[in-house]
Design a protein around this ligand. Structure first.
Ligand SMILES: [Fe+2]
Length: 209
């Protein structure tokens, strides 16, 4: 084990969600643990290469490939943590009208409903990836983004506020591939809107607002 930080897989107790089965969650937790393990493995491997204080010419191909994979594995780990963190049993379905998230959605999109329509449509985009509502910590504005795989499309410095996995593994045990909209509905029914408020205030604090 190198001197670099080793990540430990986190755990969530999410059994009993609406429309997302326990079986799906168990399978999904295992996938997440794979990203944690692979992030640690890559980090150790890179540290190994650097043991002699340099990257030799013959080490460059391996060093390059391992480094390229960091974005995939790190984001695979981190985005799943955001995802499981923003789910909860017995969620309210919609945020309170006075909540920080509902206000931010209104300020950024005109209304919460328009934000929701925009976010759901990002989730329905064809391809393998994530729908993420970010906050720009400098302007406070929310924007919805598509992230291909785990790493293509994340905006540097923006804070993930709501993170929805739309890889098929997130719902294939519960819905057919063409039924992704039903999964998105279930995801939003289980969204813990209070968590979003906490992420917003953390982003605001970070920006010194
Ligand atoms: Fe996933």
């Amino acid at each position: 084990m190198g001197a670099n930080a080793t990540y430990k897989a986190r755990q969530w107790s999410l059994a009993g969600l609406k429309g997302i089965s326990d079986k799906t969650l168990e399978m999904h937790f295992k996938l997440y643990e794979g990203y944690v393990a692979e992030t640690n493995r890559l980090t150790e491997h890179l540290a190994d290469i650097l043991k002699d204080g340099q990257v030799d010419q013959e080490e460059m191909p391996a060093y390059s490939e391992l480094t390229r994979r960091l974005g995939f594995e790190y984001n695979g780990m981190v985005l799943h943590e955001y995802y499981f963190d923003n789910l909860a049993r017995g969620a309210a379905g919609e945020p309170k009208k006075t909540s920080a998230f509902a206000r931010a959605a209104g300020e950024s999109f005109g209304s919460f409903d328009v934000w929701k329509a925009a976010f759901v449509s990002v989730g329905k985009m064809r391809g393998v990836g994530w729908a993420i509502c970010f906050q720009d910590p400098h302007t406070g504005k929310l924007s919805n983004h598509w992230v291909t795989l785990h790493e293509i499309g994340n905006v540097a410095g923006f804070v993930p506020i709501l993170v929805m996995d739309v890889w098929e593994h997130a719902f294939i045990l519960d819905y057919a591939p063409a039924q992704r909209p039903k999964y998105i509905e279930a995801f939003l029914a289980n969204t813990d809107w209070d968590v979003l408020d906490r992420r917003l205030s953390a982003a605001g604090a970070h920006a010194g607002r």
